[in-house]
Write a protein of this length. Structure first.
Lengths: 113, 130
C-alpha cells in the first residue's frame, strides 16, 4: 500500500468533506425524484436522472469511506437499470423495490448531516 | 513494446472529487504527473497536449461516455497507442469482458481505495511493460 506523504490526511479529509456536502445535495435530488415516483408524475427521464445520482454515489461513497452508502446506491442503481431497460419497451411501472432501496439510501445519507 | 517508468497519467472523470483523490493517490505512488479532465471531449484535447503514458477513463460520463472516448482515441494516429484503463462502478465480469473487447488494457473498479489506487496503477503499468 502506498505510503502517505505529509499533508495527505488533510487533503483526504478536505475531499471527504466536499463529498459529504455533495452527497447531501444528491440526497435532496433523490428525495425529489422519489416524490415524483410516488405521485406517479415521474417522466421517463426521471429514472435516468435517478440512476445517474445513484451511480455517482455508488462510485464515490466507498472511496471516501462510506461503504454502506456505496452498497445501498449500487442496489438502487441496479433497480434503476432494470426499470430503464423496461422503458425501452414503453413500460413505466412503479416499483416498491425501488422505493425501498431509495428509502434505505436516503436513511444512510441522512446520517451525514 | 518496452515502456519506461510511468511518468504521465491522464485521468478522465466527470466527478471532480474523484479526479482529485485519484490524482493525489497516483502521484503518491511515484514520480508521476497526473492531469485530470472532466469529459471525453476534453480528454481528446488534453491527450494531444500532455502525451500521457496511460489514460484512466471513467465509463459513465455525459455526452461522450468512456467507450465512445476510447473509440475516438483509437481512431487518432497520435493517440491510438496510449493504453487506456477504464475506471468504473460498472465492473461486473460481463462488463469487464466487454471493455477489454473494446480495447481497454485493464479495468479498475469503483469505489476504489485511495491508498491502494497508486499501487494498482503501477501494477497495471508493470504488466504493460512486460
Amino acid at each position: 500500500m502506498t505510503d502517505s506523504a505529509p499533508g495527505t490526511d488533510d487533503r483526504l479529509a478536505a475531499l471527504r468533506a466536499r463529498f459529504v456536502a455533495r452527497a447531501i445535495e444528491q440526497r435532496a435530488g433523490i428525495a425529489a425524484l422519489r416524490d415524483q415516483l410516488a405521485a406517479k408524475t415521474a417522466p421517463a427521464e426521471a429514472f435516468v436522472e435517478l440512476r445517474h445520482l445513484c451511480h455517482s454515489l455508488h462510485g464515490a461513497a466507498g472511496t471516501f469511506g462510506f461503504g454502506e452508502i456505496s452498497q445501498a446506491a449500487d442496489r438502487a442503481e441496479t433497480i434503476c437499470d432494470e426499470i430503464v431497460a423496461r422503458l425501452a419497451d414503453g413500460k413505466l411501472e412503479p416499483s416498491a423495490e425501488l422505493d425501498a432501496a431509495l428509502e434505505n439510501l436516503a436513511g444512510l445519507l441522512d446520517r451525514l448531516g | 513494446m518496452t515502456r519506461a517508468a510511468l511518468q504521465r497519467v491522464l485521468y478522465v472523470d466527470d466527478e471532480v472529487d474523484i479526479q482529485e483523490v485519484a490524482a493525489m493517490a497516483i502521484e503518491l505512488s511515484g514520480d508521476i504527473k497526473v492531469v485530470t479532465c472532466g469529459s471525453g471531449k476534453e480528454a481528446l484535447l488534453r491527450a494531444i497536449e500532455f502525451r500521457p503514458d496511460l489514460i484512466l477513463l471513467d465509463v459513465m460520463m455525459p455526452e461522450m461516455d468512456g467507450p465512445t472516448t476510447l473509440a475516438a482515441l483509437q481512431r487518432s494516429p497520435d493517440l491510438a497507442m496510449i493504453p487506456v484503463v477504464f475506471i468504473t462502478a460498472k465492473a461486473q465480469p460481463a462488463e469487464i469482458q466487454r471493455y477489454r473487447q473494446l480495447g481497454a488494457a485493464d479495468v479498475i473498479a469503483k469505489p476504489f481505495d485511495p491508498m491502494a489506487l497508486g499501487d494498482r496503477v503501477q501494477s497495471i503499468w508493470a504488466k504493460l511493460r512486460d
